[in-house]
Structures are given as structure tokens and as C-alpha cells.
Design a protein around this ligand. Structure first.
Ligand code: HEC
Ligand SMILES: [Cu+2]
Length: 357
């Protein structure tokens, strides 16, 4: 009976040890893989290739925390392996119980004090980063953006320039000689969302009736991707974040374009009429027209965006047509209704939308 028990015990321990080794192997490989990503914008959002000060600080903190955890793991794991090997049952053992020892002041003090010290060190390291990120001072040329989370898209307002856009955030690059950080105020129109572009900053929630803030100062121009990181409803997973970090000249060009009212042309007057005669105008704004809805994305410069529906599909004629006929075909459960328009109206509408550069 007893030796059976021991065999069982031995094989379970062996299994556990195997699993722990496998686990360690995967964590190490993943760590290497992740740090191996090239620096600069990448299509794989990863905290291991930071490109902006807050993301850098968080990255270094996470390396430190991982190193401390790895140290703890190695010490504990070595002691376990040592005990398993040294004190395993030997053929020469008699069947008597080993001496039973209760309590040891030294050992108990050690395993209380050492973890407390480790926690204090981790706390101080984290507090330093929180202070550095949250209490940062901004230069006067800081770009101000208000980001509002909606089910299931992002609204971006640039109060200094008085325009609103959606889903694709443009910010200037902030290099060492001309720091131009972007300060983002985070609001929500409905439920909780979370703004997360891993290469640029930590995750901050957008909460109804609350004003949160964050900032980024991307060092390399390019396209950064992120994602709503707080379950906000059915289409939460299709609430992508596209951040375009522009050179100062490109950013100014983009701002000038966004400040313009929508272009009008007689060629697309039919489509505009359909837009204004239907509920489209109650949900969408097109500046310079009678459409002032705020429930859906601002469409004034729709064609300046590369995607529609918060990254759910590329912004093409086919996708716009499909979107108007049946938004659910692209984004099931989204809050834009299928308007049941006839073919002719849909085509006219798409022509109008495609003139909104
Ligand atoms: C009940 C309000 C409502 C009505 C009516 C409505 N929309 Fe929308 N629309 C939305 C919402 C909400 C979204 C965002 C959906 C998402 O991404 O989850 C949207 C998204 C869009 C988009 C994609 C914009 C982008 O940048 O992602 C286009 C284009 C669009 N609507 C056009 C129209 C047209 C044309 C009509 C009229 C036929 C219309 N909408 C009617 C609410 C509405
Ligand atoms: Cu969300």
C-alpha cells in the first residue's frame, strides 16, 4: 500500500517537474520572440517594441518585474528540484516516519521578510513609472485630442482646430529636437471602453461621466494599431484603433484638409439628397450641410480614412455599398441600421460618400 502511494507520488512529481520545465521553455521562447520584433511601427501590437515615452517606461518596468519573477522562480524551482532529488525515498530507507520538526524562527522570518522586501521594491519601481507618466509636464505646442468611445467606434475631436473625425487618429511625430506630445482626453458616450495602442502607451479606460487622460509622444512616423481593450458589447472585438504618426508637414496638411467643410459637387447632388432625405443625417455629421447627427462617425472627410467601421473593412466602393445595404454583413451587431434603400439610391449615396475627401 505504502510503496504504491510512493510510486504515485513520484510519477506525479515527475509530471509536475516536466510541466514546469515546459512552461519555463515557452515563456522564454515567447519572451525572445517578442523582444525580437523590429523597433518602429509594426502591424503586431506589442508592448515589447515601444515607440513613445510612456510605453518605454512601461516596457522597462515590465522587464524589471519579469527579471525579479524569473529570479524568484529559479530560486524556488532549484530548491524544489534539490529537495526532490536529495530526499527522495531510497531502497535503504526503513519504514519509519522521518523526524517531524515544527517551527523555525529563522526560516519563518526569512520567508516573511524577503517577500515583503520584494513587494516593496516592485511597488517603488511601479510608483516611479506612474509618477513619471501621470505627472508629466507638457510643452505649449502639445496637441490636444478628445477621444470618445462609442459602441463600436472612436470619435476624435481636435478642439484647437475645431474639427471632428473618427476611428483614425492622426498625431505629429515627436522627435528629440521638437517634442510635440499629444494629450488625449478620454470620454465615453455609452459604456466602458479602453484605449490601448501597446507601442504608444498603457491602457486607459473610457468611462461614462468621467474624464481620464493620457499622452503619447511617438518617436517614429508610421501606422500604429491598437484595440478597444475593455469588453463594451457585441462588436467590441471590431473596435480597432488606427494611429497615424505623421511628419510635422504631413500632419499640418492633414489638419488643413480636416478643417475644410465637405466638398460639394453637382455631380453627386442626387446622393446628397438621398442622404438628407433619410435618417442618415440624424446620425452623421457632414459639415457645411444640414447633417448634424452625432450618433455615428463624422463623415465630412470620410475618404481621408483608409478603413470604415473602426477598421472592420477597407474603405472601398464595394465595402461602402455593402455597408449601406447591410452593415451587419461587415460588422454584425453594430448600431447602424440597414436602411432598405433601393439600388439606385444606394449607388447615388455611395457616389456622394466617395466625393467626401
Ligand atoms: C441610427 C443611426 C444611424 C443611421 C440612421 C445611419 N448610420 Fe451610418 N453609422 C452609424 C453608426 C453607429 C456607425 C458606426 C458603426 C460602427 O463602426 O460600429 C455608422 C457608420 C457609418 C459609416 C462608416 C463610417 C466610418 O468612418 O467608419 C458610413 C459610411 C455610414 N455610416 C453611412 C451611413 C449612410 C449613408 C446612412 C443612411 C443610408 C447611415 N449611415 C445611416 C449610425 C447610423
Ligand atoms: Cu469598446
Amino acid at each position: 500500500m505504502r510503496s504504491r502511494n510512493c510510486e504515485w507520488h513520484n510519477s506525479t512529481l515527475r509530471n509536475l517537474a516536466k510541466r514546469a520545465l515546459l512552461g519555463l521553455f515557452f515563456v522564454t521562447v515567447m519572451g525572445w520572440g517578442a523582444t525580437g520584433f523590429a523597433l518602429g511601427p509594426s502591424s503586431t501590437p506589442s508592448i515589447f517594441s515601444p515607440d513613445s515615452t510612456p510605453a518605454h517606461d512601461i516596457y522597462h518596468l515590465s522587464l524589471f518585474v519579469m527579471a525579479v519573477c524569473l529570479g524568484i522562480f529559479l530560486v524556488v524551482f532549484s530548491l524544489i528540484v534539490y529537495s526532490i532529488v536529495k530526499y527522495r525515498r531510497k531502497a535503504t530507507d526503513d519504514d519509519r516516519e522521518p523526524p517531524q520538526i515544527y517551527g523555525s524562527n529563522q526560516v519563518e522570518l526569512a520567508w516573511t521578510v524577503i517577500p515583503i522586501l520584494i513587494v516593496v521594491v516592485l511597488f517603488l519601481a511601479a510608483a516611479r513609472v506612474i509618477h513619471a507618466v501621470e505627472d508629466a509636464e507638457f510643452p505649449p505646442n502639445t496637441i490636444e485630442v478628445t477621444a470618445t468611445g462609442h459602441q463600436f467606434w472612436w470619435e476624435f475631436q481636435y478642439p484647437a482646430y475645431s474639427f471632428t473625425t473618427a476611428n483614425e487618429l492622426h498625431v505629429p511625430v515627436s522627435d528629440g529636437s521638437h517634442p510635440t506630445p499629444t494629450h488625449i482626453i478620454l470620454l465615453s458616450a455609452d459604456t466602458d471602453h479602453s484605449f490601448w495602442v501597446p507601442q504608444l502607451a498603457g491602457k486607459i479606460d473610457l468611462i461614462p461621466n468621467r474624464r481620464n487622460e493620457m499622452w503619447i509622444d511617438p518617436k517614429v512616423p508610421g501606422h500604429y494599431v491598437g484595440q478597444c481593450a475593455q469588453y463594451c458589447g457585441m462588436q467590441h472585438a471590431k473596435m480597432l484603433l488606427n494611429v497615424f504618426v505623421d511628419t510635422p508637414e504631413d500632419f499640418q496638411k492633414w489638419v488643413q484638409q480636416q478643417k475644410e467643410p465637405a466638398t460639394t459637387s453637382d455631380q453627386v447632388a442626387a446622393g446628397r439628397k438621398v442622404f438628407e432625405a433619410n435618417a442618415c443625417m440624424n446620425c452623421h455629421t457632414i459639415t457645411g450641410t444640414i447633417s448634424h447627427g452625432r450618433f455615428g462617425p463624422d463623415l465630412t472627410h470620410l475618404m481621408s480614412r483608409t478603413t470604415i467601421a473602426s477598421g472592420a473593412a477597407p474603405n472601398t466602393q464595394d465595402n461602402l455599398t455593402l455597408w449601406i445595404k447591410d452593415p451587419d454583413a461587415i460588422k454584425p451587431g453594430c448600431l447602424m441600421p440597414a436602411m432598405q434603400l433601393d439600388e439606385q439610391d444606394v449607388n447615388a449615396l455611395v457616389a456622394y460618400l466617395m466625393s467626401l475627401h
